[in-house]
Design a protein around this ligand. Structure first.
Ligand SMILES: NC(=O)c1ccc[n+]([C@@H]2O[C@H](COP(=O)([O-])OP(=O)(O)OC[C@H]3O[C@@H](n4cnc5c(N)ncnc54)[C@H](OP(=O)(O)O)[C@@H]3O)[C@@H](O)[C@H]2O)c1
Length: 214
């Protein structure tokens, strides 16, 4: 059995990523404020369930996959002691409650700010890495695009954590591009807005980003 993963969240992203980690041999627990509602999914997926604190305690790697505005609260409920020294993959986006404007989802963060930085500042001993936020959940695990593996842009302050997340992304069928420290989330989180525009305007949701280099 691979490393233990604690998945914070019960929604589409949390379920898809929990399934992906399970598929790749990790020992997964998925969590919610109400773990009972995950019983059916967990039985089908072959993963355990628990509260945010229980799944964070279980994980050697923790993944945050809750509503962006609730991510700080979810990590607080997980507990700082259960995150200390661990890789925390942040798949969230700072989407505001207000509706999109001409297809552009609104953020509650500004251009010189990001959710990742807020989470890292609140939990300085966690090793946060932004990943999985710039694609729809349908393509997070081993997508098959005609152009080959797409690019997942990642960032964070801990080089070893980013290297391990890059290996995980490779298993998940992605090419990881390390874009720097936590501040780079100011550029990575808005990729969510760009990714959603064709969907919002033309109902096209089947794409992913790829970085072309010389
Ligand atoms: N949907 C996508 O394709 C996609 C793609 C990339 C990134 N993302 C990002 O991934 C995250 C998850 O998205 P999603 O669509 O799967 O689910 P979502 O509907 O955005 O979030 C559902 C999760 O948020 C938690 N939550 C809501 N309010 C909370 C609160 N006050 N305190 C603690 N937890 C709370 C819920 O916890 P309970 O289980 O306790 O109710 C549930 O686990 C979001 O940040 C989203 O922006 C989504």
């Amino acid at each position: 059995m691979g490393k233990r993963v604690g998945m914070l969240g019960s929604g589409q992203v949390a379920q898809v990523l929990a399934g992906g980690f399970k598929k790749h041999g990790f020992d997964v627990k998925i969590g919610s404020r109400e773990p009972a509602k995950l019983a059916e999914f967990a039985k089908g997926a072959g993963v355990g369930t628990g509260t945010f604190a229980e799944v964070a305690a279980h994980g050697e790697i923790v993944v945050v996959a809750v509503k962006g505005g609730a991510s700080l609260s979810a990590l607080q409920q997980a507990g700082a002691a259960n995150l200390e020294g661990k890789i925390v993959i942040d798949a969230t986006n700072p989407i505001a409650d207000e509706p999109p404007q001409n297809g552009v989802v609104r953020f509650f963060t500004g251009p010189n700010d990001s959710l990742l930085e807020r989470l890292q500042a609140a939990f300085p001993k966690a090793r946060l890495v932004k990943a999985f936020n710039s694609v729809g959940s349908a393509f997070m695990v081993n997508p098959t695009f005609p152009g080959g593996p797409p690019t997942m842009f990642i960032c964070g302050n801990d080089a070893a954590a980013k290297a391990e997340v890059s290996t995980i992304l490779q298993q998940f069928g992605w090419g990881a591009e390390d874009m720097g420290m936590v501040e780079s989330a100011r550029a990575i989180e808005p990729l969510c807005q760009l990714w959603c525009v064709p969907g919002m305007l033309r109902n096209q949701w089947t794409h992913a980003f790829k970085l072309l280099k010389l």
